[in-house]
Design a protein around this ligand. Structure first.
Ligand code: PLP
Length: 450
């Protein structure tokens, strides 16, 4: 069984051909694993799928369950599988590094770490040339906030409502969605208006939203701030691209107040948006600190902070270190990811296939009232469902229903947004036009049955 459920019913969309058969699986069943998960793993309930899949194999943009059923992975392990599941070049890099040296600390030199730092720095403009490795996006943002606070001598940080920056003490403060915040001390963060072009009070007028940052500095701080942190396209927040003109104006206000500008590229970086390698580049700004994770290692735990030599100096004479951050196995994967993006022209593919997919999704919007908005860039796209277009009433239940039905037909997508009513489409960047067609046809079919 290498085809999705219902594949033999002629009226249903056909999944593109893919010449790969996963090896036979003889491990425990989904029911057995679910039992263990309930007993031994994180009890947090994620309202994504009624019956989580037992995924046992992955190749490029496809995943396979225990029965050999194939699924198109249009969520990319939460925008993490950048160049494709188990891409052979990345696998080779990991295996080779694992065989020669699995761990090296900051005390010693190691070529895999230095080579990747050099290649990563080359992806940045100007003075952004010093790399710190971490294990996750949360750690990268914690470090960025720490550096900004040390560099400026200020504590106040500004972040945008509905943004997501992590779940440790500092980053949870910067994260601005109640479902990801807990009742613990998170000091010194001011959350400003979201320049949300669909639901925001000023529509697409970036300068009006930027004024709110200026006012937050004036009324909420001493007039001096440590940093402003933002995603170029809010991922968890529902694939929301910042209104045009916003970031440039805000960077002006923040720098006037002595603060540093942090670009959180955990989701929007690494060629995902197609027209640029980094999301911030579309806004004509150069940040002081850039953070990244997810796609950087194609799913291997790796994050990074890139900044200028001058800002990096704040840690020069302090005992800052991260035991596993920049482990040679992870950095070998990172270098391989960069090589694949270039060799296979994946940034261009993200632009071409992403534009095509967005166009096709937009035509679904003309067909179905329930689609309130289609947005994003490259292969970072969002589809917002509403039960009333005028009132923009979030269609939360319907979102889950469509996701479940699409899963049954072999397509995996994610969801997000403050109300949980936005489909998130962030596949591996090797996604093809045929994959895009299949996804849209399946969504079309599912919506037509509601
Ligand atoms: N920043 C952004 C934009 C994210 O989307 C995430 C995770 O979803 C994080 C930071 C935190 O990354 P991690 O889950 O690797 O700690």
């Amino acid at each position: 069984l290498t085809e999705p459920i219902h594949e033999n019913e002629p009226f249903l969309p056909k999944m593109p051909r893919f010449d790969y058969t996963p090896p036979p699986y003889s491990g425990p069943s989904a029911e057995q694993i679910l039992k263990k998960r309930k007993q031994y793993l994180n009890p947090a309930i994620f309202h994504f799928f009624k019956n989580p899949l037992n995924l046992v194999d992955g190749k490029m943009q496809y995943l396979f369950d225990e029965k050999g059923r194939r699924y198109l992975d249009a969520f990319g392990g939460i925008a993490t599988v950048c160049v494709g599941h188990c891409h052979p070049h990345v696998v080779d890099a990991i295996v080779n590094q694992t065989k020669s040296l699995q761990h090296s600390t900051i005390l010693y030199l190691n070529p895999a770490i230095a080579d990747f730092a050099e290649a990563l720095a080359a992806k940045f403009p100007g003075e952004l040339k010093v790399v710190f490795f971490t294990n996750s996006g949360t750690e990268a943002n914690e470090l960025a906030l720490l550096m900004a606070r040390l560099y400026t001598g200020c504590h106040d940080v500004i972040s945008i409502r509905n943004g997501y920056h992590g779940n440790a003490a500092g980053t949870m403060g910067a994260t601005a969605q109640s479902s990801y915040k807990f009742n613990v001390v998170q000091t010194g963060v001011h959350h400003v208006q979201n320049p949300d072009q669909y639901r925001g009070v000023f529509g697409s007028d970036g300068l009006k939203y930027a004024k709110d940052v200026d006012e937050a500095i004036t009324y909420g701080t001493s007039g001096h701030v440590a940093a402003f942190i933002a995603e170029a396209i809010q991922g968890v927040g529902g694939v929301m691209e910042l209104a045009p003109g916003y970031l440039e104006a805000v960077y002006g206000f923040i720098r006037k107040a002595g603060g540093l500008c942090i670009a959180d590229e955990v989701q929007s970086g690494f060629a995902r948006t197609g027209n640029h390698f980094w999301g911030f580049e579309a806004h004509g700004v150069v940040p002081d600190i850039v953070t990244m994770a997810k796609g950087i290692g194609n799913g291997i735990p790796l994050g990074a902070v890139v900044t200028t030599p001058e800002i990096a100096k704040v840690l020069a004479y302090r005992s800052y270190f991260n035991t596993f951050g920049g482990n040679p196995v992870c950095t070998a994967a990172g270098l391989a990811v960069l090589q694949v993006i270039e060799k296979e022209n994946l940034q261009q593919n993200a632009l071409n296939v992403g534009s095509y997919l967005q166009h096709r999704l937009s035509s679904l919007k003309d067909k179905y009232e329930i689609i309130g908005d289609v947005r994003g860039r490259g292969l970072m796209l969002g589809v917002e469902l509403v039960t009333d277009r005028q009132l923009k009433t979030p269609a939360k239940v319907e979102t889950l229903h469509v996701m479940e039905k699409m899963k049954e037909m072999g397509v995996l997508i994610g969801k997000g947004g403050f109300f949980g009513n936005v489909f998130r489409i962030t596949p591996p960047l090797c996604f093809t036009k045929e994959d895009a067609d299949f996804l849209v046809d399946v969504m079309d079919y599912t919506l037509s049955k509601m």
